[in-house]
Each structure stands twice: as structure tokens, then as C-alpha cells.
Design a protein around this ligand. Sequence first.
Ligand code: CP
Length: 310
Amino acid sequence: MNHLTGLSRLSADSITGLLDTAAGFKQTLRSPNASFSPTLKNRRIALVFFENSTRTRFSFEIAARNLGAGTLGFSAASSSVSKGETLSDTIKNLEAMQVDAFVLRHPSSGSAKLISRITPKPVINAGDGSNEHPTQALLDMFTLREHFGSLKGLKVTIIGDVLHSRVARSNIYGLLRAGAEVGLCGPVTLIPPDAEKLGVRLFTDLDRAIAWADTAIVLRLQLERASGTYLPSLEEYSRHYGLTDERLERTGKHLLVLHPGPINREIEISNHVADRIQPPGYSKSMLLEQVTNGIAIRMAVLETLLGGTP
Ligand code: CP
């Protein structure tokens, strides 16, 4: 593995290897005086973010520092991109400054793949348009594997704006490869037209999707990517596809609930469902556990791509 641009072609063995490596890091992260071997000492990792981020950017920064690497922050607004410099030129110039790896977030689908073809340095996709967000899917899979013990045969329903979701796409590829079953549930206009070909189950009725599933990944309604798409009103969306206690009570099913964040509270997920981590027997939110797991997964990805002698 030279780059991580997506999960669509990553083998089951590579996915398992990354989850196992992350499990080792998570154990150390849990210990009170966590300290890691600086296996990436003297390495420089450029965090090249053309879109905003809280979780992905900071957890990559923490992951890199845990392994002894230095990070270089980049934001499009304060760089020469604002003067018209291209993405390729930006990457080639950073490469000339002896950067050892690129973590790229960009609004264009395919941008991480494009960059991986122009630089010999490892490229990690931190989200490209509505295409893929592989480290988010890996941390979701890690969270599910840690809770259920295995992904094989697990029924995962992905709820909401699947059409615009790079998280959904990476999770579909990764979860299916790992032997899970995947259901998609949302308004017809927010389900990709080619979804059936992906090997997933399709639901338009949320109660049925919940009745089928062991766990739910709830997605953010991405209004910023939705121009040209027919959307229900927020009230309609919330009534039909919002995950609430009332709905879970009605279906008699309490699920493990994941969401990649950021969340639109009381639209796709109610406050109660988003925040409840106990008591047992009710739905359980994994939202903050996912964020912690993101550090372990990103350490595993950096270590796998950059570990060893520079
Ligand atoms: N889940 C996720 O990608 O969050 P950020 O946009 O905050 O990085």
C-alpha cells in the first residue's frame, strides 16, 4: 500500500491489518501515561485542507505527533491557491520542501487519486468531494468491530443523505469487503441511482431499515452539496428520516448509533439519541468514541504508509 485514496480497491487483508494495528494503538491511548515509539521521527506530514474540518484535521495532527512526526498546516485561503496556484503545483512545491506525505481534503471527487499520480510521496485522502473518506470508514469499522467483536454478517444501515456522502461510499466498500451486510435508507432523491449495483439493500421506510439492522450510521444532510437535488423540507426530512427515541420505541429496537459528525441536531438525529451512552438496553451513541478511535486509525494509516527508514 503506497497511498490511501479510497477503500474501493483495498483488500480485506489490508483493512484487517489496519484495524489490528489501530487496536494496538488504542490500547496504549487508553493507558494513563500513554507514550508511543517515535517511529516517524523527523518525518514531515502536510495537512492540505481545501475544506473545513475539525475531527479529521486535528486527529491526523495528534496521530502524527504521537508517532514523532511534524505536521505542516495548510489552508487554501491563506496559501498561494488564493492567487491562482493549481493543486498540482501546490503539491509539487510542498514536495520540493521535503514533505514526506500528504493528507488531502478537497471538494473535488478524484482529487486524491489525481495527486497520488503526480507525487511519489504517500497521499492519504481525508475526504474528496462526494467520493470517498477512507479513514472515516475505517474508524467506523473499527468502532463496530470493537463493539460487536466481528464485522462478518453484521447488518449496518446507513441512513440519510447517501448521495452526497463520501463517508457512506467508503463504508459501503469497506463493510462489504469485511463481510458485513449494508442497507441504505433515505429519500429516493438522496440515494445514488446506481446503489443497487453496489450489493446493498435499499429501504425508503426507516422503521423497516431499523427493524432489519444491528447498527445505524446516521449521515449529515449536506445542504452545501445539494444544489440541483430535490430535497424534502427539513421538517419532512426530520419526520421521515430523523433518528429519534419515539421511532426507536415504536420499532422496539435499540441500536448502536454512529454518526461521522458534524451533526445537525434535531434534524437527522435527536439530542437524546446523539448523546445517550447509557443505560444498557437503550440505543447507544458511539459519536465521541468514534472520534477517539479516529486517532488510533490515523496512527495506523500513517505508520503503515510511512513506517520504517525514511
Ligand atoms: N467526520 C469528519 O470528516 O469530520 P470533519 O469534517 O470535522 O473532519
